[in-house]
Design a protein around this ligand. Sequence first.
Ligand code: PBG
Length: 327
Amino acid sequence: MSNDRPFHRGQRLRRSPGIRNMVRETRISPGTFMFPIFVSHGTNVREPIEPMPGISQLSVDNLKAEVDEIGSLGIGSVLLFGIPESKDATGTGGYASDGIIQNAVREIKNAQPDLIVATDVCMCEYTDHGHCGILLPDGEVDNDTTLPLLAETAVSHVEAGADIVAPSAMMDGQISAIRSGLDSAGYTNTTLMAYSAKYSSAFYGPFRIAADSAPQKGDRRAYQMDPANGREAMREVRADIEEGADIVMVKPALEYLDIIRMTRRISEVPVAAYNVSGEYSMLKAAAQNGWIDEDRAIIEVLTSIARAGADITITYHAKEAVALIDG
Ligand code: PBG
């Protein structure tokens, strides 16, 4: 060993920016980012979301400009969430052929055919009670009557041109129900991205404001995972892969980097991680107060998610991050 030398090996490799870049173990690139978009009803809507500076609800007519920018930055994909004009008990707006997401997908595919379009498949944005499925009289979600509606939703998104469907309702059997629904509609090629390890998290707070989807009564703890559990997440991941998921997802990302790593170890399919709204809001709030260096924090966050093992990162930082990537 070289204890008598002025620099040890690590120090030599860190001294020049060029060498530092050359030996960097983790690289992030725009093609691996998925940018969430909140699509609002109405026309000419560009409504800033207060807790998420830089992010707005956009109406369908404003999507072309948005995805032209996203495409020119080299960002690989978008993930769509809908904010419909009206809601009802069975969330019919979610699977209408001229629903908000279906219109949005057609508009985006028209403007940017090469941009990969993923859609969130859930009912909570379309139900008047705000739960992710059909409710029984006792207020519990009815897993089995919800499944065919999720399949119908997925089929309607793919009919409109979606490349990836991402069921987030956390119903048991939703992956196989959606897979067989797509198969029988003749869509055998669609990629299924499963929200496999979806935790019951305080960090969804700003999203629920943005998408107007907080449950009216009760919460989602019955169908989202306890943050204390890691092994249970592996059971969910394995079950979703068995059922036919093409990509598995961990959500949120930063509080669950260990889960991303564990998922990477057991999964031979790509792993996605969702850098959720609350994680974004915290960083922005600290940066706006001058308490952290925003640019460095963004890159550090995205690098840590990739280092943990994510192949794809769903992030509201996608657009601003592109200019910050060095090498
Ligand atoms: C449910 C859904 C949620 C998010 C994505 N899909 C909210 C929830 O489960 O309450 C949260 C994403 C974020 O916080 O950025 N359709």
